[in-house]
Structure formats: C-alpha cells, structure tokens
Design a binder for this molecule. Structure first.
Ligand SMILES: [Zn+2]
Length: 125
C-alpha cells in the first residue's frame, strides 16, 4: 500500500489556483493542470480545438469563385470531395481555401496544401 500513500501525499502537494475558464469565462479554483472549470467545458474546448474553421472554394484562372458555396472543411478528408468537384469541373480551376481563425489563405493541390494554386483540368484545355 506504500505506493497509494505516496500518491495521496503527492495529491496534497498539488496547489489549487484561481483562474478563468477559457470556455465559459467563469472564475474557478482548480489544480494547476486544470484547464477548464468543468467536464462540460473540457469537452467543448476539445471539440472546438478539433474544428479547423476552414472553407474552400473553386476559382478559375481569373481568380473568380466558380463554386456555388463555400465548402466547410473539417478534416483533410473533406478536401477529397472538393478535389473531386475540381476534377469534374469543365473549366480549369484551382481549390482555394481559407482559415477564419488566422486569415490564412492557401491552395489545395494533389500533394496537399500549397501557397501556389494547382490548376485542375489544365491538361485538357
Ligand atoms: Zn467553464
């Protein structure tokens, strides 16, 4: 049982501190490693961190948006669908995506994200 007692001693050494929950903004008292006030906020924070806040559009060589709507990207897998759209489009087009969290704008290419547009269907024109 020595190990358990040691754990209890460690527990006592942990210092509680008052801080603000980054999710709901409420002040709470928690151990130094506690990030949020409650399990509910912890789950919300985790969910939000997974959200990529990215959307993608198809553009033509005149830099005009040719897709009907912004397509929201929640994971790299979502690029598969828009890439398929680009390939099936009858005009030369590129996939441009933007991230609302930091304003980053870039392009999607068969090799992944890039600062240079990749022109789909260019070989057909
Ligand atoms: Zn909270």
């Amino acid at each position: 049982m020595a190990a358990l007692n040691f754990g209890a001693e460690l527990q006592k050494l942990r210092v509680k501190q008052t801080k603000n929950c980054p999710v709901c903004g409420q002040e709470f008292t928690g151990y130094s490693n506690a990030e949020t006030c409650s399990g509910k906020c912890r789950i919300k924070k985790h969910r939000e961190s997974k959200k990529m806040n990215m959307s993608a559009v198809l553009i033509n060589t005149d830099n005009q948006i040719i897709s009907d709507d912004d397509i929201f990207i929640n994971s790299d897998k979502d690029f598969d669908a828009i890439e398929q759209m680009a390939k099936e489009s009858c005009v030369v087009c590129a996939i441009r995506w933007s991230r609302s969290t930091d304003g980053q704008i870039a392009y999607w290419t068969p090799a992944g994200a890039s600062l240079q547009p990749h022109w789909y269907n260019a070989e057909r024109s």
